[in-house]
Design a protein around this ligand. Structure first.
Ligand SMILES: C=C(O[C@@H]1CC(C(=O)O)=C[C@@H](OP(=O)(O)O)[C@H]1O)C(=O)O
Length: 374
């Protein structure tokens, strides 16, 4: 395995480079019979695409998706779904110097050391552009899960650099370039304008949730739901931390506080982040990720070239001063792929009883259904 496929039952194989002719993915394992068109996928790609505000890279890609296979007369056929996104706005001359040098904090160094060859144009295979096919695949998973269980995925920016963003309402998220859940983003705009002028970059914290998640997804020892979420989130470029539920705040919580009380009406709090023992509880999945500052910045930094000679690296070209600004739809997509994988897995092992519980039947009703299967 060479690390380009995510998932097993809903397997997404990602291909392409930032400045090659196209990028895309092949989804193998999508259940048949679901209505699917490009329009179902394009909305999320539009939310992620570059060039949409002054706060992100000015590379202008339409990221128009084309379905090449796996759909007949508007429905998935159960065969591989190939999704293609053309690259149309490459400017490879910006990468002339970088081809021989290593940007501090970038995969340039490790790709070169590992393979002895790399496509440096736009970051090549290590480019954050390769998140676009995952967003496309995630849109397919989101659609299936919405139709089957009513599952809804939402994300927002919780912090940019030093600025903690208050959560006012999900309604604000689509109305500003930051995916901020608040109406007034003037402070964020001023912060980013100053950062860009200073030739520097910053990190971000992104929150992503899933509601109406079926109960019982996730496996007992390994392949826990939370373990797979962490694996998926760490697969996103520039992610350096993942929290589930209370996350690192659990360190200072007491057991009397952390354990979510259960009433006949349900859980009182959600410190667990929607998983207990690695298995979904039916509460919302609550995930938070830390994204590091972009490594491609114009400010000069100390490094070496491919001959190990000292150089001062200055990264020219079009870059995101904060890759976190466009990360919200990516995190939603990766969470959807994890839930999709586990939904199919649970269906395979536990179809009858699992289905009853997933539909939120009472334990007594599920037990009587179970008895009828034996
Ligand atoms: C194109 C995208 O982001 C790119 C991610 C990226 C990198 O090194 O990760 C470098 C830049 O590429 P280029 O120099 O070709 O403009 C970004 O614009 C995208 O996300 O679609």
């Amino acid at each position: 395995m060479s690390g380009n496929t995510f998932g097993t039952l809903f397997a997404v194989t990602n291909f392409g480079e930032s400045h090659g002719p196209a990028i895309g993915c092949v989804i193998d394992g999508c259940p048949p019979g679901m209505a699917l068109s490009e329009a179902d996928i394009q909305g999320d790609l539009d939310r992620r695409r570059p060039g949409t505000s002054r706060h992100v890279t000015q590379r202008n890609e339409p990221d128009a998706v084309q379905i090449l296979s796996g759909v007949y007369e508007g429905k998935t056929t159960g065969t591989p779904i190939a999704l293609l996104i053309q690259n149309t706005d490459q400017r490879s001359k910006d990468y002339g110097n970088i081809a021989q040098q290593f940007r501090p904090g970038h995969a340039d160094y490790t790709y070169w050391k590992k393979y002895g060859i790399r496509d440096p144009r736009g970051g090549g295979r290590s480019s954050a552009r390769l998140t676009a096919p995952m967003v496309a695949a995630g849109a397919v998973a989101k659609k299936w899960l919405a139709e089957k269980y009513g599952t809804v995925f939402r994300g927002c920016m919780a912090q940019i650099g030093e600025i903690v963003i208050p959560f006012d309402s999900w309604e604000h998220v689509p109305n500003n370039p930051f995916f901020a859940p608040t109406a007034d983003v003037s402070q964020l705009e001023a912060y980013m304008d100053a950062l860009r002028k200073a030739g520097d970059s910053c990190g971000a914290r992104i929150r992503v949730t899933a509601s109406n998640v079926p109960v019982g997804l996730g496996e007992p020892l390994f392949d826990k739901m939370d373990a797979d979420i962490a694996y998926a989130m760490m697969g996103i470029n520039a992610v350096k931390g993942v929290e589930i539920g209370a996350g690192f705040a659990s360190v200072t919580q007491r057991g009397t506080v952390h354990g979510d009380s259960i009433t006949p009406q349900g859980f009182v709090t959600n410190n667990s982040g929607g998983t207990l023992g690695g298995i979904t509880s039916g509460q919302d999945l609550e995930v938070s990720i830390a994204i590091k500052p972009t490594s491609s910045i114009i400010s000069p930094r100390q490094s070496v070239d491919v001959n190990n000679q000292p150089v001062e690296v200055i990264t020219k070209g079009r870059h995101d001063p904060c890759v976190g600004i466009r990360a919200t739809p990516i995190a939603e997509a990766m969470l959807a792929l994890v839930v999709m994988e586990h939904a199919l897995r649970n269906r395979a092992q536990n179809a009858d009883v699992g289905a009853a519980r997933m539909l939120h039947m009472s334990d007594a009703a599920a037990a009587s259904l179970q008895a009828s299967f034996l």
